[in-house]
Design a protein around this ligand. Structure first.
Ligand SMILES: Cc1ncc(C[n+]2csc(CCOP(=O)(O)OP(=O)(O)O)c2C)c(N)n1
Length: 386
């Protein structure tokens, strides 16, 4: 395995505040010397499909929350290119550590959209099998999963699964984080550890400009990508609304990780166009004009214009896309309402690998409590209740 401690020559020569991009705001493809065309080919129609379906899921989920069917929903509106660009650059053996907003990443990895809703409906504490999907469960504690990802990457190295040049063997970890997470102790510890051990990790920061009501200028005095230099690994700043550039930088970082070259921090500069979650009132801390500015930079319109310019979108394909959206919408609305309530003892079954006598006692008491027979301490409370 190669153990390069330094960034490549190209990385070192590039000022880390330069924004890499391939697709301009009108959908015109231009040359980016650091991301030569063809290095990381992306199926553009598939990317448009994934981004469009992710947006439709998001729109449906916001509506479901408003109807009282979900307790909460963190919208991804505006972040589709960053997520689809990154996810489409991963191999099946690479492992994703998401936050709570990576709905498009989940879609690209084949997670059923209805399964994504359970956590926000309160019917599950997970929703999918991390081993089967290569996507760990959503993490609501900001920054905590950066260390989980780094720990997993240590396991990958110990298994000898880097540096073979064999896509069937080499593995990398991609940790998604927000700009607010950069201020967390865990994130900084994760950066130190990943650098010290040359771990195969890509830290993919979606700088969506806001950590709830705290602007990025409060989180950092320098562009996020520049932080990486202080830890000793490359930082790349990419247009997060450009799916082609996001795909290319992620593919490059993943290839570096696979080869044993160590970590990369990617800062995908984008914008959260909806409130932080459906519980947030963003009108209290930001102006509508800011949203208008970013709406004009919409990642889906940009890719669609590009493909239209190429004559790649015929009526038949567009009708198939619209039909796929309608099918998804209907499925999500029905599936959400039909999500089964979990068995009341589910947390007890998954706390430890083997049930201890004390846990078994607590489980029985809890089941009895839920059934309404006995109190949690085993005392008969039926008289008090009546
Ligand atoms: C350790 C911790 N501190 C505070 C919070 C409350 N909190 C929830 S989301 C959030 C902002 C996160 O912003 P960012 O990392 O930029 O991600 P984004 O939501 O913008 O995608 C905060 C502070 C939390 N969940 N966990």
């Amino acid at each position: 395995m190669s153990r390069s401690r330094t960034a490549t020559h190209a990385d070192a020569a590039r000022p880390t505040d330069r924004l890499l991009s391939c697709l301009d705001t009108t959908g015109h493809l231009h040359t980016e010397p650091e991301l030569p065309a063809g290095v990381a080919p992306l199926d553009l129609k598939q990317a448009l499909l994934q981004m469009t379906l992710a947006r439709r899921l998001d729109t449906e989920a916001v509506a479901l929350q408003r109807q009282g069917e979900l307790g909460l929903w963190p919208s991804l509106l505006g972040q589709e290119a960053a997520q689809v660009g990154a996810a489409s650059a991963l191999g099946v053996r690479d492992v994703v550590f998401p936050t709570y907003r990576e709905h498009a990443v989940a879609g690209c990895r084949g997670i059923d959209p209805v399964d994504l809703l359970g956590l926000f409906r309160g019917t599950t504490m997970g929703g999918w099998d991390p081993a089967a999907t290569g996507v760990q469960l959503y993490t609501l504690v900001i920054g905590a999963h950066t260390l989980h990802g780094v720990g997993y990457a240590m396991g990958v190295v110990r298994d000898g699964d880097v540096g073979h040049g064999d896509p069937e063997r080499d593995r990398a970890v991609i940790v998604f984080l927000g700009d607010g997470a950069l201020s967390e102790g865990e994130t900084n510890e994760a950066f130190v550890w990943a650098a010290a051990m040359d771990l195969p990790v890509v830290f993919f920061c979606q700088n969506n400009q806001w950590a709830i009501s705290a602007p990025f200028s409060t989180q950092s005095r320098v562009p996020a990508a520049q932080r990486a230099a202080g830890f000793g690994f490359p930082g790349v700043r990419v247009d997060g609304n450009d799916v082609i550039a996001c795909h290319a930088v992620t593919a490059k970082a993943v290839a570096r990780a696979h080869a044993g070259g160590g970590p990369t921090l990617i800062e995908a500069v984008t914008y959260r166009r909806n409130p932080h979650t459906t519980s947030d009132d963003d009108g209290r801390y930001r102006h509508a004009a800011e949203n208008d500015h970013w709406t004009a930079l919409d990642p889906i319109s940009r890719l669609r214009s590009h493909l239209e310019g190429l004559g790649a979108l015929d009526d038949e394909w567009l009708e198939e896309l619209a039909a796929a959206e309608r099918t998804l919408g209907a499925r999500v609305r029905r599936g959400c309402r039909e999500l089964p309530p979990p068995p009341p003892d589910q947390p007890f079954l998954h706390t430890l690998t083997a049930m201890t006598p004390e846990l078994a006692r607590q489980r029985e008491a809890h089941l009895a409590f839920v059934a309404g027979a006995d109190g949690i301490d085993g005392a008969d409370r039926s008289e008090e209740r009546s």
